[in-house]
Design a protein around this ligand. Structure first.
Ligand code: GLA
Length: 731
């Protein structure tokens, strides 16, 4: 650890305070600067965020020091000061004072390694012994900054935190266009792009668990006009937290936008005893002067390197049993599915819900959840037998669990009613016939850990766990937490969950972990560092997924985005889609299957086997490549995107029709991200009819310059038609 700048405050003790002189604190990545300034008063202000400044200290020559306008640019705004807006922080001191006034104490810069610089700025209330450290971790190559805050109560009495954001930024531009991603079960990640006028816009979750089902904890803010993929100034951010969150955008009367992001303070006042400290989750953000695509690529590169387990390891092709069998299976059926999956070239078979419970067998969603013993009438030879069977078929085995949940009709609910999250004196509200276990309670954390640990310890060959969570908090109440700490529940629950993930990852580092929460209810950077991937949505319809994956890809990388080919008509939407289109869509993420192979025709099986083989050949480009979204399905009746290797020597292009477009109107796709000076061979792949060409130039070579400027013409125009091109450098 290399300390570049020591703590100024200590050096200058006994003299006039350092901040009598103004101090500039630049937080820099290779291409960007976030500039903070300590004012004469010792308060800390935001001065700039954007393309890297060569001379950030010039800011000192052009300031209207500490005037009222500066006050609205506080770097971490607190309640009870000049700022009449939504603030980042509010706490109640033991004497009832609800105000906080933070002053700069010093800062230190640590070079963690060649890519990461951490700047920690120490602040203290000018009248109370309340300390706040503002942290900014700058990732040089990815142009990503993480911000978070550590609050420490050194007062004599208890401090209650009422608002505790991770991030605070003020920008002043002419217009603000916000893109955010709302949803519901089976329709997560729908795009809403809107102009934010004066007033407040809040994106949040109050669900406690399954918090990204109705809104993802991420946004793109385009400045001055709606940004394009490769044009326009954008700030993008995502919160690394799976509990309640709040992203708040307030435009004041001077047209300044105040952005705060962090845990949602809703029903969550947090008490700190003397000596206690509180760390907020991290908020990850990036800036682009060249459109949204840059933000996505920055996040993807950063996530693969820092926020996803084994982000550089290729992901296996999965067949998950859910839509192929639901609860209706026995040993024979699972063996058949394993064998069929293996002969398709699938690499992991995952047994979904329905394999457990004896006194209350899990034959539907009404019973058995919580009783994690194999159901001996369905699977008399146990899980071990299936794992061995899979090994003989040369395929790995994975299993579904939902260990945070319980059906009232279960042995677990009979034995541990006190472990269930419930509202005292009130009837429990059921959702999907189930209730939530109280993960703020260490005994429950131990149970959840042991549930998964036992399965993996008894069956060390299990290669994959799908971890589900199918309800959210409604029965607010913990029998573990004392009466005056009930408001700690969601925060302690989420921290409890993370500690279980952590222990399991340490003990079983080689097991692939998928996060699922009724589909995409936990797609966030709080849970992702513990996982290899997420189940994007229970909606497996290729047409719907074009849109959902388009939006998911704004922040989350393809390698983590599980995308499965399912049956016709689709079980959720009843859409009928060609098998090729289903593969062409699923191949833009982590490819899998979600069907009963025994129901497929010999032609379908043959095509699937070939497609899976193709995917294995090209998956490194999708998993590790840079994503360029080319034709937006929100603009046209079609969509196209491509992945390009960092060396720009290989690329895969995907094109889809989302609605019929006019006769003779071919789809023009201008390729991006290639090297104009290289020559590429472009070949159509994943074809159904080897003689039919959807790209007439298939097999020919083109200059990168031509492919970028003129693009390719795809002969697809009917609904659900699609094409896939492989672009390889010719040396
Ligand atoms: C959730 C998941 C599905 C499946 C079912 C099983 O809905 O999202 O993929 O695992 O639970 O009950």
């Amino acid at each position: 650890m290399n300390i570049l700048i020591s703590t100024f405050g200590i050096l200058l003790m006994g003299f006039s305070p350092l901040w009598a002189k103004q101090v500039i604190i630049p937080v820099e990545t290779s291409g960007k600067s976030l500039v903070l300034m300590v004012g004469h008063s010792g308060e800390l202000f935001h001065k700039y965020y954007g393309d890297r400044l060569q001379t950030p200290e010039d800011i000192l020559k052009d300031i209207v020091a500490d005037n009222r306008r500066d006050m609205t640019f506080e770097a971490y705004s607190t309640f009870g000061k000049h700022n009449p807006f939504e603030v980042a922080f509010k706490a109640t001191h033991a004497d009832g004072n609800m105000t906080t006034d933070l002053r700069y104490q010093g800062h230190e810069t640590q070079k963690l390694d060649n890519n990461r610089v951490l700047i920690s700025i120490s602040m203290k209330d000018d009248a109370y012994d309340l300390h706040v450290v503002l942290n900014y971790l700058a990732y040089q190559a990815e142009d990503i900054i993480e911000s978070w805050v550590v609050i420490e109560n050194r007062e004599n009495g208890e401090v209650v935190l009422d608002n505790f954001s991770s991030f605070d930024l003020v920008v002043k531009e002419k217009e603000y266009w916000l893109s955010h991603y709302y949803g519901a079960w089976a329709s997560e990640m729908q795009l809403e792009e809107e102009r934010i006028g004066k007033g407040i816009k809040i994106i949040d979750s109050k669900k406690g668990v399954r918090t990204t089902q109705s809104e993802n904890a991420s946004f793109m803010l385009s400045l001055n006009h709606p940004a394009e993929e490769e044009d326009g100034e954008v700030i993008g951010g995502a919160l690394a937290w799976s509990g309640n969150y709040r992203l708040c955008f307030q435009v004041d009367s001077l047209n300044q936008m105040h952005i705060t992001a962090g845990m949602n303070p809703y029903a969550s006042a947090y008490h700190l005893k003397p000596g206690d400290s509180f760390e907020t989750p991290k908020f990850i953000f990036s800036h682009s002067s060249n459109g949204k695509g840059v933000i996505s690529r920055n996040f993807h590169r950063w996530a693969r390197r820092y926020a996803l387990r084994d982000g550089n390891t290729p992901r296996p092709v999965v067949l998950n049993s859910w839509e192929g069998a639901y609860f209706d299976f026995d040993e024979k059926k699972i063996e058949q599915m394993i064998s069929d999956a293996a002969s398709l070239g699938v690499e992991i078979f995952v047994l979904d819900d329905g394999w457990f419970g004896n006194k209350y067998p899990r034959n539907n969603d009404k019973a058995g959840l919580g009783d994690w013993q194999v159901n001996t009438s369905k699977l008399p030879k146990g899980i071990g037998h299936l794992v061995d069977y899979a090994a003989k078929e040369n395929i790995k085995f994975g299993i579904w669990v939902e260990p945070e949940m319980v059906n009232p009709k279960s042995e677990l609910a009979e034995q541990h009613p006190d472990w269930i999250v419930s509202r005292p004196h009130r009837e429990p509200i059921l959702m999907r016939q189930q209730l939530l276990l109280d993960l703020s309670n260490p005994d429950v954390q131990e149970f959840v850990f042991k549930t998964v640990d036992d399965i993996l310890t008894e069956n060390p060959e299990i290669a994959y766990v799908k971890w589900d969570a199918n309800r959210h908090v409604q029965n607010w109440g913990s029998s573990w937490l004392p009466a005056d700490r009930q408001s700690h529940f969601v925060i302690d629950y989420t921290r409890g969950l993370y500690s279980v993930y952590e222990r399991l990852n340490t003990k079983h580092p080689d097991v692939i972990l998928q996060v699922c929460s009724s589909g995409g209810g936990r797609v966030d950077y709080g849970s992702l560092p513990f996982h290899h991937e997420f189940w994007t949505s229970d909606n497996t319809d290729a047409w719907s997924r074009i849109y959902q994956q388009w939006n998911t890809s704004q922040f989350y990388p393809a390698i983590a985005m599980a995308s499965h080919v399912s049956a016709n008509p689709n079980h959720q939407t009843k859409h009928v889609t060609p098998l090729k289109a289903r593969f062409d869509v699923s191949m833009t993420g982590r490819l899998g299957m979600e069907l009963q192979p025994a129901d497929m025709t010999p032609e379908e099986l043959k095509y699937s086997k070939k497609a899976i083989n193709t995917y294995k050949r090209i998956r490194h480009i999708v998993h590790q490549g840079d994503l360029y979204r080319l034709n937006s399905p929100y603009r046209e009746n079609r969509a196209a995107l491509m992945y390009v290797t960092p060396a720009k020597d290989q690329a895969i292009v995907f094109g889809y029709v989302t609605r019929f477009h006019s006769r003779n109107d071919y789809m023009t796709v201008k390729l991006t991200g290639l090297n104009p000076d290289k020559t590429y061979k472009v070949t159509e792949i994943n074809k159904v009819d080897p003689k039919k060409k959807l790209f007439t130039g298939s097999g020919k070579t083109f200059s990168g310059d031509y492919l970028i400027k003129r693009g390719v013409q795809l002969k697809i125009r009917l609904l659900h038609e699609s094409a896939m091109l492989e672009v390889l450098e010719v040396k």
